[in-house]
Design a protein around this ligand. Structure first.
Ligand code: ACO
Length: 336
């Protein structure tokens, strides 16, 4: 037997407040028609005042633990770029809220690629025998960092959380993570960024440029790079496993924009129905995007035990990454 990391639980949580395209159109110069045709998004969930990323993460994690039939893990990793506080990490607070005080806990920041990076980290801890189990949570509340007047970002992002439990097992069994590809290009730092509030441009003691506390994105530049980096990364992770795109049962991509997903599918030669999409219902939920899409693909019965599935993401940094796994049998997803 070769030691591997096995997906054994999956849970999600979306804040109850739903914001439709028509609601956004009543306060911004946009329309349901523009948002649907340019992004594929119909609605998104938004955290209410006082509801933090840690809150969303805890709710999703509770459901993932229940799905895995356990209340203990050796390590808790939260992928987020909207932590509860700039310091410390959100993961220790989430771990304690779950009754896991004393458990190793830390955050991973890779924006929309955060969940894939956190999954790779957890799998490495398990195969390296540092841990026998891990809780990996992707959670973000981007609504808290968007400029309320910016129609290009307000229409895209939604809040949410998704979590998985990994356990040690045999690399050959169903549910095993079989390979990863991770990449970055820091020369693209300005394409997806919150410029103010870090150690580079401090919000106290210096005069921050107006609006620098908000999220900024160069949409068209991000669009073309997202396609290039995600398709390249999918090919790399498949090549390493001696698989071709046509061997793939399903691709579960970061839900950035439906046109990005369709272009990736076309470039990889994948039929549209092999790409899992739930962006119409949740928008771009950043680190939560991939686990929420996994749950959607499992719920509609598309992801079946033994299927080779690739998760792929792209985001700020710039960062990108993919994971190959065999879909587990007998997984009960718990949504909230
Ligand atoms: N409603 C109406 N019109 C709009 C809106 C809106 N919400 N937003 C932009 N427009 C206008 C623009 O002002 C522009 O008008 P102009 O031609 O008069 O100048 C026109 O629409 C076209 O603008 P573009 O920015 O070229 O529109 P595009 O088709 O590229 O769509 C979008 C913009 C949706 C942002 C797209 O570029 C995109 O999805 N990019 C990728 C975003 C992404 O994937 N991000 C993921 C990473 S983010 C992360 O890591 C956190």
């Amino acid at each position: 037997m070769t030691r591997g990391a096995i997906l054994s639980g999956l849970g999600t949580w979306l804040p109850p407040q739903v914001v439709t395209n028509d609601m956004l159109s009543s306060e911004l110069d946009t329309s349901d028609e523009w948002i649907r045709t340019r992004t594929g998004i119909g609605r998104r969930h938004i955290a209410s005042p006082g509801m933090s990323t840690g809150h969303l993460a805890t709710e999703a994690a509770r459901r993932a633990l229940k799905s895995a039939g356990t209340d203990r893990v050796d390590v808790v990793i939260v992928a987020t770029s909207t932590p509860d506080r700039p310091c410390p990490a959100t993961a220790p607070v989430v771990a304690s809220a779950l009754g896991l005080t004393g458990t190793g806990a830390f955050d991973v920041a890779a924006v929309c690629t955060g969940f894939v990076y956190a999954l790779a980290t957890a799998a490495g801890l398990i195969t390296g025998q540092v841990a026998d189990s891990a809780l990996v949570i992707g959670a973000d509340t981007f609504s808290t960092i968007l400029d309320p007047r910016d129609r290009t970002t307000r229409v895209i992002f939604g809040d949410g959380a998704g979590a998985v439990v990994l356990r040690a097992g045999d690399r050959a069994e169903e549910g095993a993570l079989r390979g990863f590809d991770l990449g970055s290009d820091g020369t693209g730092v300005d394409l997806i960024t919150v410029p103010g509030g870090g150690s580079e441009q401090r919000l106290s003691g210096t005069e921050a440029a107006p609006g620098d506390q908000y999220f900024h994105m160069d949409g068209p530049q991000v669009f073309t790079r997202a396609v290039r980096y995600m398709t390249g990364s999918v090919r790399k992770v498949l090549d390493a496993a001696a698989l071709a795109p046509e061997d793939l049962a399903h691709l579960v991509p970061h839900q950035a924009n439906v046109r990005i997903l369709d272009t990736c599918a076309r470039e990889l030669g994948l039929p549209a129905e092999r790409v899992v999409k739930n962006i119409d219902r949740v928008g771009n939920t950043v680190a939560a995007s991939i686990p929420l899409a996994l749950a959607a693909g499992a719920a509609d019965g598309r992801l079946r035990a033994g299927d080779p599935v690739v998760l792929t993401g792209f985001g700020g940094g710039l960062t990108w990454g993919s994971a190959l796994l065999t879909w587990p049998g007998g997984l009960t997803v718990i949504d909230g």
